[in-house]
Design a protein around this ligand. Sequence first.
Ligand SMILES: O=P(O)(O)OC[C@H]1O[C@H](OP(=O)(O)OP(=O)(O)O)[C@H](O)[C@@H]1O
Ligand SMILES: O=c1cc[nH]c(=O)[nH]1
Ligand SMILES: [Mg+2]
Length: 212
Amino acid sequence: MRVFVADHPLITHKLTVLRDKNTPQPTFRLLTEELMTLLAYEATREVRVEPYEIETPVTKTMGVRLTQPLPLIVPILRAGLGMLEGMVKLVPTAEVGFLGMARDEETLLPTTYAERLPDSLAGRQCFVLDPMLATGGSLAGAIKFLFDRGADDVTAICVLGTPEGIETIREAAGDRKVTLVLGALDEGLNDKAYIVPGLGDAGDRLYGTAGE
Ligand SMILES: O=P(O)(O)OC[C@H]1O[C@H](OP(=O)(O)OP(=O)(O)O)[C@H](O)[C@@H]1O
Ligand SMILES: O=c1cc[nH]c(=O)[nH]1
Ligand SMILES: [Mg+2]
């Protein structure tokens, strides 16, 4: 598994504002989308393209276009939805599938409550979006789901990650092709398995409380 941690002052600046507990919800949403576009640039570095010929006003030349089947973007509901527009801005022709997952805050185990994905993901490059890689249970579950459907190349993009989360994903990936792109690598988890220093509950900060 390959891991990339962003190293750019604009990403760190936007992340700082996201972490600030006084940042209001509309700003949090906007910044999540902007951050995603910056991370998507790194995450799509190996998106599959094929050569094809075009004519400029001057001459014929070769260019590239996305290879079929087109990439599949999979935001993990709820919080991953806040990253979707930022990704789609960069890859507007990609298709989008959805996975709804919620972590049980007592057991820390994820449950999948919704799924809307193509039956077969054979030959598909998949891009999974979830801002928070904490214990890694949710993302590991999502990646397993995609491999079980036939995907052979999964890139996960997270705003924040932890060393514990990376290890969970490394185990889940085994020798399959998984790439992890993080906006920042945080210190670890607190006794409630929240990321430290983190930014709190990403879903709640994007969309309000979960309504339990
Ligand atoms: O790495 P883990 O320990 O599994 O935790 C991370 C997960 O927790 C959050 O989702 P949550 O379950 O809070 O759902 P939400 O997006 O609806 O808020 C987050 O968006 C991840 O999916
Ligand atoms: O810090 C954390 C951990 C899990 N889920 C979140 O939204 N934030
Ligand atoms: Mg949440």
